[in-house]
Design a protein around this ligand. Structure first.
Ligand SMILES: Cc1cc2nc3c(=O)[nH]c(=O)nc-3n(C[C@H](O)[C@H](O)[C@H](O)COP(=O)(O)OP(=O)(O)OC[C@H]3O[C@@H](n4cnc5c(N)ncnc54)[C@H](O)[C@@H]3O)c2cc1C
Length: 434
């Protein structure tokens, strides 16, 4: 049973979120209005302001309130969709560019952390994927070979008999390590990124929910009238970085995004020897199921254990239910944690496109970047920067721009994900049979 648990995001107890809203009224006119102050919006606003644009960053809640402060802090190589599927869909050349972008996205985070001196425990500790079935493990060798041949990137396949060097659990059939991945404290990272964005000259407005965006011309120039809960402004360009929280202000984008809940528990601080036994190299770990678990040690030595315990976005009910489900999941992986106290549980919403790919570019005349599917710590930072560079006039150099961005089959989705229980059940079935 889960006892004495705080329904609270553990990461937020490790940082003071910056208060960088001047409290001023919105400016009458800007070059770019950026919507959403998570990794995507902050990174875009920082890049644009550094290039000399007048930027207003409009956040409906507070800086970092969305997935960016709530995630597992895993800074991962690759994409959610396996590379062989990506090659089948887009061909070798485009997939090579996509994979290279995934590696560049980690360098991008590392560079920002260094340049802006963000104290967020960034470390290239590598990730470990563990196989829940023999057939999944058999796929690892093929995948590692493909990635080495196609992308010149080396992964290390770990057979079951050597897996104890990587993880203190005996339930898996083997693993695959990628040393290029990293870990960080996401709340400290987003707080530092917000401070850096403010230093770059972007004006940040919290509790400024964008309610509507309309085409508008002013003194012969075409732009946008943006109406928020704090007033109106006029802008030449709009950049949307609202991810899993995309709402009615951008209805076309909303129809292309499935908001999926993900939940996390953390234990009390573990004895050092136990923490080392569970994860000797402090990897970012996830398993091979569709309905997957992801887990890692926090910098202060707790086990952080997450998963799609419920598919629906976070609410008091889904968060409470997740605590017990995740605890059971954690003990099935690590029986040694049977008596560890669970101290925190929280949830957040991530964004999946129907094709499980990241997408960026322009829609209805507005710029956007979305669809990170659980790989957003690195990719959201990177896409925010890349799309901003494109807006500033650089030649587009981004493989996720302008790839087809499919909506729901038969156009049966209006942005309210009624099908999530069915999708969740379907993925559970797939995990049994495959
Ligand atoms: C529990 C959980 C665990 C995860 N773990 C990982 C992980 O380990 N590794 C990884 O790579 N990814 C992970 N992810 C995904 C990752 O956190 C996201 O992909 C990433 O944070 C997306 O950043 P973002 O800036 O695009 O969106 P968000 O951080 O969600 O920010 C969007 C912001 O837009 C604002 N907004 C929405 N509508 C409006 C409006 N109309 N007006 C003004 N503001 C608005 C919201 O308030 C919100 O602050 C996880 C996600 C969750 C929920």
């Amino acid at each position: 049973m889960v006892r004495s648990i705080a329904e609270q995001n553990y990461w937020l107890t490790t940082v003071e979120m910056p208060s960088i809203d001047s409290g001023n009224a919105l400016p009458e006119m800007v070059d770019v209005a950026v919507i959403g102050a998570g990794f995507t919006g902050l990174s875009a606003a920082r890049t644009l302001a550094k290039r000399g644009a007048r930027v207003a960053l409009l956040e409906g809640e507070t800086v970092g309130w969305g997935a960016s402060s709530r995630n597992g802090g895993m800074v991962l190589t690759g994409m959610k969709l396996g590379v062989s599927k990506v090659i089948k869909k887009y061909g070798r050349e485009l997939t090579r560019r996509m994979y290279a972008a995934s590696l560049a996205s980690i360098d991008c985070v590392e560079q920002i952390v260094r340049e802006e001196r963000i104290d967020c425990n960034f470390a290239r500790c590598g990730h470990l994927e563990v196989a829940c079935k023999q057939s999944h493990f058999a796929g690892y060798t093929r995948q590692a070979e493909l990635i080495e041949v196609e992308f010149n990137h080396k992964l290390q396949v770990v057979p079951k008999q050597e897996l104890s060097e990587e993880i203190g659990s005996s339930i898996y059939y083997g693993g695959m390590v990628d040393e290029a991945s990293a870990g960080l404290n996401p709340a400290r990272y987003v707080a530092g990124l917000a401070r850096a964005t403010a230093r770059s000259g972007a004006a940040i407005f919290e509790h400024a929910r964008v309610n509507s965006i309309e085409r508008d011309s002013r003194q012969g120039e075409i732009g946008w009238k943006v109406t928020t809960s704090r007033g109106q402004l006029w802008t030449h360009e709009v950049f949307v970085g609202t991810s899993g929280y995309t709402g009615e202000a951008t209805p076309e984008l909303r129809k292309k995004i499935i908001p999926i809940g993900s939940f996390i528990i953390t234990t009390e601080v573990l004895p050092k020897a136990l923490a080392h036994e569970l994860s000797p190299h402090n990897r970012m770990i996830y398993d091979s199921k569709n309905y997957l678990y992801y887990y890692r040690l926090t910098p202060d030595g707790r086990m952080l254990f997450g998963g799609r315990a419920a598919f629906f976005p976070e609410s008091d009910q889904t968060i409470r239910r997740s605590a017990e489900l995740l605890r059971r999941g954690m003990i099935s992986v690590y029986p040694l944690l049977r008596d560890a106290r669970i101290e925190y549980v929280w949830g957040g919403t991530l964004d999946f496109a129907f094709d499980i790919m990241p997408h960026a570019g322009q829609m209805d005349g507005m710029y956007f970047a979305v669809g990170y599917a659980g790989h957003g710590v690195a990719m959201a930072t990177y896409q925010g920067q890349k799309v901003a560079e494109m807006m500033a006039g650089d030649k587009p150099d981004n493989p996720f721009v302008d790839i087809p961005f499919p909506g729901a089959p038969l156009n049966v989705y209006n942005g309210k994900p009624w099908f999530l229980p069915f999708a969740g059940a379907w993925y559970k079935v797939l995990d049994w049979v495959r």
